[in-house]
Design a protein around this ligand. Structure first.
Ligand code: MV4
Length: 506
């Protein structure tokens, strides 16, 4: 007899790969899953995978996946006792989390007060600093004179940031005093336009930083642990492209210190569930808190690969009031893991999204390879949402072998009908700067030319599914070092046994 599940039924308030990811764990835990879907997602994988599925409106997220009222109505109608929000959409909406609580539905995430408190950048900075976590030296300014005084105190170069901001919008580097005035005006007007709030604050600029984040996990009994770090420095315009763990330049001592302060910070805000502390790491090994993400993150699989912990399972257990099953000393990291975000986009056209129908899809597998996806042959990558095709992750005993495994996995990846960034990824894993591990957040910007070049990976999309399917086969033969010019030639270069079989069939 299986033990009684923690919840009978859970609603997954998301779509795409993360909805699929959450449902996989629900199935393993014996919990029934409820999907919600917009009009364009009727045939999506997350809908097919769920035990029940309910429509929630038009394609636009604002009319479907962002509609708390519709999602709560489905929870009631279906009898789901809890909601997993995934990432994006309603996942960091404290009002939604609060509403769930008020309506007697368990929000599978942190307490709504923590979402609210960490939602303001300057507010979070103040709370977290008080908890003993290092933050970048800085302060606020109400006018240009204040800013001048403050910048002088901190010391140039300084960074101007929008208080209401995030994702690098309204951020401005100021190298010396005579640049401050124009940067100040621009930062304020950019902030006003983007966030409807022109408040700007100053920080000491960290030059060539790395983005290193710490995964934390807490329960409702006050226990909090960290699950080491992820290095997410490989970004393009504040979009993560590759993530890896361990951070190739961090010592175990540094990670123990960062982990300890992250746990302290989490405890200070009464945190439970999965969360992430983002830090900037400078070249001297100093680290500074940037912000806290109060959700399951896109890049969580690499943490799962090196710790053996199923983060979604722990989120569900914690939400049901269970204690964490492990203490800090029980957590050990093994080996190295890397994730690539495979996007439907065209790197040679400034990374324009490339939505459309996938004519053939064959994702890599084999030892140490994990692919988290929500797409399938014949599905359409919609222009309404993030054009992520899948997240390709690998695990190996060490970093060089993880890189070798990622190269192998990328070479196996076949997708036709849309453009992807697969070639970009292949070049990245051949780039000496990435391979050395000594890179920073400027890596992609500095190496654009090296990483672009012409697509050799994705075969041109044929109009017919049959053509696409043939291309899948062609791709596999290319891997084996064989040409694929014509079927006749192909036959000639196959093993004698295969040639013999084909001859018999003709
Ligand atoms: C910084 C910084 C240097 N110094 N703050 C960019 C997005 C936002 N979340 C924080 N960001 C930065 N803040 C100081 N004081 C450099 C960045 C930054 C960055 C940070 C993380 C990952 C990629 C980045 C790319 C460019 C700039």
């Amino acid at each position: 007899m299986l033990p009684k599940p923690l919840f009978d039924k859970v609603l997954v308030a998301n779509r795409g790969e993360i909805a699929v990811r959450v449902m996989r764990t629900l199935r393993e835990m014996g919990i029934r899953s409820v999907a919600v879907y917009s009009d364009v997602d009727r045939a999506a994988l997350h809908v097919r995978m769920a035990d029940e599925a309910y429509p929630i409106g038009p394609a636009a997220a604002s009319e479907s996946y962002l509609r708390a009222d519709k999602i709560l109505a489905v929870a009631k109608k279906s009898g789901a006792k809890a909601i997993h929000p995934g990432y994006g959409f309603l996942s960091e909406n404290s009002g939604f989390a609060k509403q769930c609580e008020e309506e007697g539905i368990v929000f599978i995430g942190p307490p709504w007060q923590a979402i609210r408190d960490m939602g303001s950048k300057t507010g979070a900075r103040a709370i977290i600093e008080k908890a003993g976590v290092p933050v970048v030296p800085g302060g606020t300014a109400n006018n240009l004179d204040d800013a001048r005084t403050e910048a002088k105190r901190i010391g140039y170069p300084v960074m101007l940031k929008a208080s209401a901001g995030g994702g690098g919008k309204g951020m401005r580097l100021v190298e010396k005093e005579d640049e401050l005035e124009s940067a100040w005006e621009r930062a304020r007007s950019e902030a006003a336009k983007a966030f409807g709030n022109d408040h700007v604050y100053l920080e000491k600029a960290i030059i060539k930083p790395r983005h290193v984040e710490i995964q934390v996990l807490g329960d409702k009994h006050g226990n909090v642990v960290h699950l080491f770090e992820r290095d997410c420095s490989v970004q393009r315009r504040h979009q993560k492209v590759v993530e890896e763990t361990p951070c190739p330049v961090a010592t175990p001592e540094l990670i123990a210190k960062m982990g300890a302060v992250a746990v302290q910070g989490a405890k200070a805000v009464g945190y439970y569930s999965a969360g992430t502390f983002e830090f900037l790491l400078d070249r001297s090994g100093s680290f500074y808190f940037l912000e806290m993400n109060t959700r399951l993150q896109v890049e969580h699989p690499i943490t799962e690969l090196v710790t053996g912990v199923d983060l979604v399972r722990e989120m569900i257990r914690v939400a049901a009031g269970e204690k964490l099953e492990f203490e800090q000393k029980d957590l050990v990291r093994r080996g190295a893991a890397i994730e690539c975000r495979v996007y439907a986009e065209d790197p040679t056209a400034d990374f324009m999204p490339s939505p459309g129908k996938i004519l053939a899809l064959r994702t890599p597998s084999g030892p140490g390879v994990r692919d988290d996806g929500g797409a399938y042959t014949g599905c359409t990558i919609s222009s309404f949402y993030d054009p992520l095709v899948s997240k390709l992750s690998v695990w190996a005993p060490d970093r060089p072998r993880a890189i070798a495994k990622m190269r192998r996995a990328l070479a196996e990846y076949v997708v036709t009908g849309i453009r992807t960034n697969l070639t970009f990824h292949e070049k990245l894993f051949d780039h000496p700067e990435f391979v050395s591990g000594d890179y920073d957040t400027g890596f992609i910007g500095r190496n654009r030319e090296d990483l672009l070049g012409h697509a050799h990976h994705a075969p041109e999309a044929g109009p017919e599914l049959a053509v696409a399917t043939a291309l899948v086969a062609a791709r596999l033969e290319r891997l084996a070092g064989q040409d694929t010019a014509t079927t006749e030639e192909q036959g000639a270069r196959l093993s004698p046994w295969v040639s013999f079989q084909r001859a018999k069939m003709r």
